[in-house]
Write a protein that binds this ligand. Structure first.
Ligand code: PLP
Length: 401
């Protein structure tokens, strides 16, 4: 399989982890060599309810028995997508009541960018340095990382970058600005939280000049930080909310949400201003609806701060310089990228799945299923400590510089 994987399937790096998956259940991935791996990554924060959550599975199977795809987004009334949008509105502030369902996070970001330009009649968009919003051209254009963007230029125009958490940049936001796009908690940059009411200050500046605040909750959303959405920690409400990843427990989906007044602009002048074939797909929407019902009717989210504390208590080691992030969106920071790299590879051999972050090379991500048990946290953390002890003992060259 590995040979065919490398030969026929397009790759994203020259050295993929190439874990060969046989099945997955709860917090574990089973590989074709018969091994059971504890998953501390959850499909990069996508499988919030773990793998193959029974309630989500039941909802999907029920929908599969009724209909799969009958029409492009927005023309027919399909119960799962309507119920999903309605339930989302119930848990969101008054200005976030209308949802546009798409297929992925990056697509949702592009939709939000289009909506902001359409709603304001302005074109300038600000994004943060070290932000990650996806890889379609709109979302990629929000990235300031030259190494990743240079060969794909020209990008979408009139996008400028400001430093996350730096208030002095806010005066650059003016009456020419359509929107400021920020991750509520910066993911790829190393799970960096907003400090000193930063998001509130950005929102106030946006209000002053008539610009829109777009918050990318694709990673922190759906309970990962200990609240249903990350912005709920920070006394700020975005004008456009962008979601994805954990929304459908591991099935492909994204959405952008705004006021009805704003969202209705996309349906006229031009008509079909934003369209998608599979957005709002009923099978995927039924998975998202079951996920949201489960997250909002159980204590899964409530238990997250205690699980965060348990990780922080167990992950004490001289090689761990800092643990960043919130809830179950944690990053272990090391003194160099070599230690981080070695930990991911060594843990894989010991049947613990860890992963890197996009821009912060000295970090290792921990973003397990939100349903992870205390016992599983103990097991995974003991493997991490064992790996770090071995790195400490045998690879001193990794930790001297
Ligand atoms: C914060 C953030 N925004 C956008 C995206 C892009 O989402 P997708 O990969 O579903 O297009 C990601 C994916 O990692 C993300 O973490």
């Amino acid at each position: 399989m590995k040979n065919d994987f490398l030969t026929f399937q397009a790759q994203t790096t020259p050295h993929p982890l190439a874990v060969e998956v046989a099945s997955a259940e709860g917090s574990f991935i089973y590989t074709t060599d018969g091994k059971k791996h504890l998953d501390f990554v959850a499909g990069v924060s996508a499988c919030g309810l773990g793998h193959r959550n029974p309630k989500v599975l039941k909802a999907v199977k029920k929908q599969l028995d009724k209909y799969w795809h009958v029409m492009v987004y927005g023309e027919y009334i399909q119960e799962p997508s309507v119920e999903l949008a309605k339930l989302l509105a119930q848990f969101l502030p008054k200005n976030l009541q209308k949802t546009y369902l798409v297929n992925s996070g990056t697509e949702a970001i592009d939709g939000a960018m289009k909506l902001a330009r359409r709603a304001t009649g302005r074109s300038q968009i600000f994004a943060a340095k070290n932000a990650y919003h996806g890889n379609s051209y709109g979302a990629l254009s929000l990235m300031d990382y030259q190494e990743r963007t240079e060969v794909f230029k020209p990008l979408v125009g009139n996008i400028t970058h400001i430093e996350f958490n730096n208030e002095t940049c806010l005066s650059q936001i003016t009456r020419s600005t359509a929107a400021v796009v920020l991750e509520t908690i910066q993911g790829g940059a190393g799970f960096i939280e907003p400090q000193n009411n930063y998001l509130e200050k950005v929102k106030n500046r946006c209000k002053e000049v008539g610009a829109l605040l777009i918050l990318d909750e694709i990673q922190p959303g759906f309970g990962r930080t200990g609240k249903l959405f990350g912005f709920m920690h920070y006394q700020v409400v975005p004008d456009i909310l962008v979601i994805g990843k954990g929304m459908a427990s591991g099935l492909p989906i994204g959405a952008f949400i705004a006021s009805a007044k704003m969202m209705d602009l996309l349906s006229d002048k031009p008509k079909l201003g934003h369209i998608t074939t599979f957005g709002g797909n009923p099978v995927i929407s039924s998975a998202a609806l079951a996920t949201l019902q489960e997250l909002t009717s159980t204590d899964i989210i409530e238990l997250i701060p205690a699980k965060e504390q348990l990780f922080k208590k167990l992950l004490k080691h001289e090689l761990i310089k800092e643990i960043r992030g919130k809830g179950l969106m944690l990053a272990l920071l090391f003194q160099n990228a070599e230690v981080a790299n070695e930990l991911v590879l060594m843990a894989k051999e010991k049947q613990l799945i860890l992963f890197w972050l996009l821009f912060e090379k000295k970090a290792v991500r921990i973003s397990p299923p939100l349903t992870i048990s205390e016992e599983e946290i103990h097991l995974g953390c003991s493997i991490i400590i064992e790996c770090l002890d071995e790195i400490n003992e045998s690879k001193t060259s990794l930790i001297v510089n």
